[in-house]
Design a protein around this ligand. Structure first.
Ligand code: NAP
Length: 684
């Protein structure tokens, strides 16, 4: 079988056979791979001409719905992915991380897209910036999708997750992608892409696939394109320095090698819960995916007095690991991805041995269950110990991308910090301690060198997602050796595929551009109270100005009685006057918010279904008895909620006193019925 690429909407086989990919389990041929004959310039042009416009005309919410449909479709086809995944050497548990983990990333981005992004094509970044005295000229940061293509170059270890974790934020941003999986496991990515194509959910040109080399692809890119690379530091550094990438300032992000550490706190001696948790986590990280995880624990930084016990406990646990055919239920650990990878791991261990000793495992001899140890890429766990880690170089430099880790003893916490930093930038680190001071000290010392830190102790152990699992909600990436890139992190990951632009102009023009009302922009006065309008009828800028209400001492006393809030500033004239902010009794802020609602609310049954909260509430100035307040309420933003019969309407609210000074400002959040829903309500 030949793997095919998906280029310009067609499945295309390479012109030649290319190398043959072998099963990691039994060495049998699976497919050949070649991209020879593909026209990479045409692929890029197709993404720009067809894929980009198709995605950009959708709103964030439409793209989020598309991701959800895609995730559901892939879920239904996942049996086939699991079956093929075994050939990569993955156990069922490993495949779950890759396949279900990848699909769940689509689900998370879909949910976040609908909750955290507007139903629009522009993302507004932060509040407007006031940059002129009279407010006629304001600033607003926005994000819009880049006009090019995202080139995703992935590593071999997660053929599904690796693709989907990059694809989800890219498509949500509105950018098409060309995916290039690592050759050795590309057959699984190809199968998943076939499934995506058959589902016919993505617009044309949104996704293309290259099985084989990328030819002159990088020479086709310009400032509107992105390269997101995952793989070895050597390849990452080479691609980053590609003359065209440099000349065109192509956005380049890299996730590369990482000598991630686990630090056992001085308090976590044998017998404590944290010692046991550390052992559990190390064994999990050494064995899951046969240690072929960029986030796996490679360096175990432990108090010198605990290290012998730690080694002995780890050796005991690792000796129970059953290595063998990943299809078998009897085993705990599968094979490496290829025989070449096994040789690579052996050769890295020989470098590590120069400055340490193997304290558990044998690189040549081990038992393999239900498979041929020579034909399959099997390799048993190896634990090393380096007695002088402060002066050694290899444990902090050499990544053996397999079931391999090194114990590094420290004499005091300062040394532990320094050892962690010797990794020169990592994706993930974990700290095992029940001492909050130790945790804080270590975090402050090593966080700048890590993309993610996990603090594990007895209180969170049960729910902890562990050292090695990147989550779509949290950033994945790290400084230095880890590539200096960042992915995921919820909506932060979407922004890597968008351009941030600082807009300056009049509030009205910025409002028209962003579809979010800015103070000072034109107001429109609808003929009716805006609360009488359905979701469709309300327009951004629709404004209500209320009549005035005087705040009296009786109001304050009645509110204190009703709420039980008898704070002295509201109740005692002399004490209130001693407070540096007040010159006598002041109204409760919460009373002002309630009184404001009393001024702007339109009482009878109508399209406003509920007030579900307030955002950005600030009390700007005290209100004394005798002051008169009034309210301006302006529709700031509308978000339609598909299929629910309502949309969310955010109202910019300003409560002012008799001098026109703002005393309270906030956003009122309401759910407003659509016309159809309103008819249903009135008819019922
Ligand atoms: P690799 O050899 O660097 O390959 C990574 C990707 O780059 C593959 O798709 C590879 O394709 C491609 N590639 C290689 N040379 C290229 C070139 N000249 N032009 C364009 N693409 C090129 O790494 P790997 O062996 O697949 O993965 C293992 C390494 O990745 C480990 O060091 C591991 O730490 C790291 N990794 C990091 C992360 C992370 O998130 N930081 C995740 C997983 C793995 P071919 O396969 O066709 O050569």
């Amino acid at each position: 079988m030949r793997l095919e690429s998906f280029a310009e909407g067609q499945w295309v086989a390479g012109r030649d056979d290319g190398p043959v990919l072998l099963s990691a389990v039994n060495g049998e041929p699976i497919a050949s791979i070649s991209s020879h004959g593909l026209n990479f310039a045409d692929m890029v042009a197709y993404a720009r001409r067809v894929g980009g416009p198709g995605l950009r005309k959708m709103t964030f919410h439409q793209r989020a719905a598309m991701l959800k449909a895609l995730a559901k479709g892939l879920m239904e086809n996942k049996k086939a992915f699991y079956a093929l995944s075994t050939s990569t050497g993955a156990t069922r548990a490993d495949s779950w991380v890759d396949i279900d983990g990848g699909i769940s990333t689509l689900f998370v981005y879909s949910g976040k897209g609908r909750r955290e992004l507007p139903d629009d094509q522009v993302y507004i970044d932060g509040p407007p910036e006031i940059i002129s005295r009279n407010g006629t000229f304001v600033g607003q940061h926005i994000f819009v999708p880049l006009r090019g293509v995202a080139v995703h170059i992935n590593a071999f270890n997660f053929p599904c997750w690796g693709m989907l974790e990059k694809l989800a934020p890219t498509l949500l941003a509105g950018m098409p992608a060309i995916v290039k999986p690592a050759s050795s496991t590309a057959y699984l990515t190809e199968l998943m892409v076939r499934s995506i194509v058959d589902l016919d959910i993505l617009p044309a040109g949104a996704l293309q696939l290259i099985c084989g080399s990328t030819g002159d692809l990088l020479s086709q890119l310009d400032c509107q394109d992105v390269v997101a690379f995952t793989g070895s530091k050597t390849t990452g550094d080479k691609l980053r320095q590609h003359p065209n990438i440099l000349a065109q300032s192509v956005r380049f992000t890299a996730e590369t090698d990482s000598l991630n550490c686990a630090i056992l706190g001085p308090d976590a001696v044998a017998g404590t819960a944290e010692f046991d948790l550390c052992v559990d986590e190390i064994v999990k990280e050494i064995t899951s995916k046969a240690g072929q995880k960029c986030t796996a624990i490679r360096r175990i930084i432990a108090p010198r007095e605990s290290s012998a016990e730690l080694v002995s406990e780890l050796a005991k646990r690792l000796s129970c690991i059953r290595l063998g055919n990943p299809a078998s239920k009897e085993i705990d650990m599968g094979a490496l991805a290829s025989l070449a990878q096994r040789e690579e791991v052996r050769s890295r261990i020989s470098e590590l041995v120069a400055e340490g000793e193997i304290v558990y495992g044998d690189t040549e001899h081990f038992d393999v269950i239900d498979a041929d140890a020579e034909k399959g890429a099997f390799f048993a766990p190896v634990l090393l110990h380096c007695d002088r880690p402060m002066t050694a170089a290899a444990p902090h430099r050499v990544e053996a991308f397999g079931p391999v880790a090194t114990v590094l003893p420290y004499n005091d916490l300062g040394e532990a910090e320094e050892l962690a930093r010797k990794g020169e930038g990592s994706l993930a680190g974990s700290i095992y301690t029940y001492d909050d001071d130790v945790a804080r000290r270590l975090v402050l010392a090593i966080a700048p060198y890590h993309g993610r830190l996990v603090l594990i102790n007895r209180d969170c152990a049960e729910e902890s997602t562990g050292h090695g699992s990147p989550l779509p909600h949290l950033v994945h990436g790290g400084p230095g050796r880890a590539g200096g890139g960042e992915e995921l992190g919820g909506i932060r990951g979407v922004m890597h595929y968008m351009q941030r632009t600082a807009l300056q102009g009049t509030p009205s023009m910025l409002t028209e551009t962003t579809h979010q009302w800015i103070r000072g922009a034109r107001e429109a006065g609808p003929a009716q109270h805006p609360f009488r309008l359905t979701f469709e009828e309300i327009e951004i800028g629709h404004t209500l100005h209320t009549k005035e209400r005087e705040i009296t001492i009786e109001d304050i006393e009645r509110f204190a009685e009703l709420s039980g809030d008898h704070f002295y500033a509201h109740m005692n004239e002399d004490d209130a006057a001693r407070n540096p902010f007040f010159d006598g009794r002041v109204a409760h802020g919460y009373f002002l918010v309630s009184a404001a609602a009393g001024l702007f609310v339109d009482a009878p049954l109508g399209p406003v279904l509920a007030n579900y909260g307030l955002d950005n509430l600030r009390f700007a100035k005290p209100v004394n008895p005798g002051d008169r307040i009034k309210v301006r309420l302006t529709c700031k933003q509308k978000t339609y909620r598909e299929g629910l019969g309502y949309g969310e309407v955010c109202w910019d609210t300003d409560v002012t006193n008799q001098d026109g000074d703002s005393v309270a400002a906030y956003d009122v959040l309401t759910m407003v019925a659509t016309a159809e829903k309103m008819q249903e309500i009135l008819g019922a």
